[in-house]
Write a protein that binds this ligand. Structure first.
Ligand SMILES: [Zn+2]
Length: 537
């Protein structure tokens, strides 16, 4: 497993590079060399992503148990791409060579204390993807290989699904759902649950427990388009500065724990601002009339309605604060100069995209024109999150809205949240029982949490959002069908309970990324074998 991980790391499969194709080809070759799959070549399914210039591919393999005919199936899945290697700086050429990198790190004098300790312990493998999550993939591959030597011992099936493009838009798993559904129908499979092996890490300094996640956090990208009112800097109080409004909105929402979504006592990370800019393309002495800001927003279980109303309230408060600030400052300025102040008054408007659309629709907004704008901007290569701005400008123009307004909409990506609820809750106690056996044998301590916190492909296996929530999302996600097409109905149909075991390591996405060898290649396989024994033997 250690060697296989090193082999996988050496294929530098950074997201959106050719390496993603190469690792797909390597995996196919690896699987096709396994004697069981030489006998059953049709059970290795490799499919290129649609219209993908990089020819990335999903690689799946189905091991059918022969003890008795049984549809029960465990899915093991993992992603095969990694994030970039820029932050390795001088060590960049070694980022994908675990052994050489380790040596080079040993020679560095300013290595952070904890990293040095881990390096000297000899218990860690370094390298891009070692922890996130090629070691996890390697564990699955080698377990599948071993299991395939004795299919007669299995009274169910194992489906391995390895997918590219996880680290940005999750296109791999999304298109891979077709394969899951086809195999399900062809072989009459009953998907018991999907186990992802994405990395886990200590949750606080000194934490040694290993976390099993029985669900995954969801993610929304709420975007605020801001129309202010420009003014000359020499009459600065007469305007409503869109950039300043964006800054105030960011201050109100970013890192604010009031927006941290809670379910069963577990809180998601609060929102983070991911982009904030005004839309003035040149220099002049006018204040910006338009701005744009969006946030990463994690969701555990809130409805879209709750989330929208929180965000609208924040936007509304920000607008009022802004107006108050303009008047307070103008009053002080006038007092200093002995001038008379009179309050500026604005109609402070805040609405959702759908709210604006309905208003504009009554005044003649044309759906075909909206489609034309979407297509035009998509062809121009405009960032998908900014394409709706062009639609909003058209709607504001049609609705004759010239006063300051904030329009809230959603953009890509949307990652659905899910956790084991209702009838799936039984799985939690079953996995707890399995983990307890591992603890008895190895002394390893496990902790259970309901949401994998760092986004993962498991999002697309099951949607907990209700139909009402999804409708609200669709209504407020301009052009979702073309900008972020998701097979929502198929996801609802498959509805596969998803958990994450995970390889264990530290500093994923950093240049000190490293995986803990003893846990990942000894304890984790024990946990997975016991899972196979419990469900399929
Ligand atoms: Zn990952």
């Amino acid at each position: 497993m250690v060697d296989l991980t090193k082999q996988l790391v050496r294929i530098c499969s950074i997201n959106s590079t050719e390496g993603e194709q190469q690792i797909g080809m390597f995996l196919e070759q690896y699987l096709r060399q396994i004697p069981y799959f030489q006998k059953h070549p049709e059970q290795v399914v490799v499919r290129e992503l649609k219209n993908d210039a990089l020819h990335r591919r999903n690689v799946c393999a189905l091991l059918i148990g022969e003890k008795d005919a049984c549809g029960d199936t465990l899915i093991f899945h993992g992603h095969t791409d990694t994030v970039g290697i820029e932050e390795y700086k001088g060590l960049k050429p070694l980022a994908c060579s675990p052994d050489e990198l380790k040596e080079a790190l040993g020679r560095l004098e300013d290595l952070p204390e904890e990293v040095r300790k881990d390096l000297e312990s000899g218990e860690y493998m370094f390298g891009r993807g070692a922890c996130d999550m090629k070691s996890g993939d390697a564990v699955f591959l080698s377990i599948l290989k071993t299991a395939s030597e004795h299919p007669e011992e299995l009274r169910g099936n194992i489906l391995l699904s390895l997918n590219p493009v996880e680290e940005n838009l999750h296109t791999g798993i999304i298109e891979g759902l077709d394969i899951l559904e086809e195999l399900k129908n062809r072989y009459h499979l009953n998907y018991l649950m999907a186990v992802n092996n994405d990395f886990i890490c200590p949750l606080f300094p000194g934490d040694t427990a290993k976390t099993i996640y029985t669900g995954v956090v969801g993610k929304l990208l709420p975007c605020f388009y801001i129309q202010g009112k420009e003014t000359h800097v020499g009459q600065c109080f007469e305007g409503f500065d869109a950039a300043m409004l964006a800054a105030k909105l960011t201050e109100k929402i970013s890192l604010n724990c009031d927006f941290s979504d809670e379910y069963a006592g577990e809180y998601a990370y609060p929102p983070s601002v991911l982009k904030m800019k005004d839309l003035k393309p040149w220099y002049n002495v006018q204040t910006p009339s338009e701005a744009f800001v969006y946030f990463n927003y994690f969701v555990h279980n809130s409805s879209m309605e709750e989330i929208l109303s929180k965000l609208l309230a924040a936007a509304d408060e920000t607008m009022r604060d802004m107006l108050q600030n303009i008047n307070d400052m103008s009053r002080r300025f006038c007092a200093r100069n002995g001038q008379r102040h009179s309050d500026y008054k604005y109609h402070c408007d805040v609405c959702t995209y759908d709210g604006l659309y309905q208003r504009a629709k009554k005044l003649g907004a044309d759906d075909e024109e909206i489609d034309r704008i979407l297509t035009r901007e998509l062809q121009k290569g405009t960032d998908k999150r900014e394409i709706p701005i062009h639609v909003i400008r058209y709607l504001l123009h049609t609705a004759k809205i010239t006063h300051p307004i904030i329009v809230l909409y959603f953009a890509a990506p949307y990652c659905p949240h899910n956790t084991l609820q209702g009838k799936d809750e039984a799985l939690i106690s079953q996995i707890m029982g399995i983990a307890k056996e591992v603890t008895q044998e190895t002394g390893e301590e496990f902790r259970f949490m309901k949401f994998f916190p760092s986004l993962s492909d498991s999002s697309y296996l099951k949607i907990d959002d209700t139909e009402e929530s999804l409708k609200l999302l669709l209504d407020n996600f301009p052009g979702m069908e073309s900008l972020y097409p998701l097979p929502l109905a198929q996801m609802k149909r498959l509805n596969i309970p998803a958990v994450n075991y995970g390889c264990y390591g530290k500093d994923a996405h950093k240049w000190t990324e490293r995986v803990h060898v003893p846990y990942t290649f000894e304890t984790l396989p024990t946990l997975i074998w016991k899972t196979i024994t419990y469900y399929l033997k």
